[in-house]
Design a protein. Structure first.
Length: 134
């Protein structure tokens, strides 16, 4: 009888360990999605800045990792990759609409991931209750 309880206890512990691992992976994915959303928010701020600059004026254009170069605005149309390497000319406002659409998709993914975490938490609670009863 004690052997059966020990075996059952080990089974519960293995299941809890698996659920914990899955929850940590989901939390990591949520963190990555949050980071992408922040990057898009930063991009929207940059698009606002571009929208304020008049043609013929200079601005600092980022090329990555805190490195900028001075550039003169000759045309306020931006070249935007809209997927599958298709590049279209867009106004800063048009580009923001594309970014907003991408953020909405990320928010949807984030909500789904959070729902999965909640489901895992329910499974953990059920396992704990079952373990306490046995």
């Amino acid at each position: 009888m004690a052997e059966k309880k020990d075996s059952q206890k080990q089974e519960y512990m293995m299941q809890l360990s698996m659920l914990d691992k899955q929850a940590k992976e989901l939390q990591q994915q949520i963190g990555q999605v949050n980071q992408q959303i922040k990057q898009y928010d930063d991009l929207k701020g940059s698009l606002d800045d571009v929208g304020k600059v008049k043609e013929g004026e200079e601005m600092l254009a980022p090329i990555g990792r805190g490195i900028f170069f001075k550039s003169e605005i000759k045309d306020k149309k931006l070249l935007v990759n809209v997927g599958e390497n298709i590049i279209l000319k867009k106004t800063p406002e048009g580009a923001k609409k594309i970014v907003d659409k991408q953020v909405k998709e990320l928010e949807k993914i984030k909500k789904e991931l959070e729902g999965n975490v909640q489901e895992l938490n329910k499974q953990v609670e059920s396992l704990i209750v079952a373990a306490q009863k046995s």
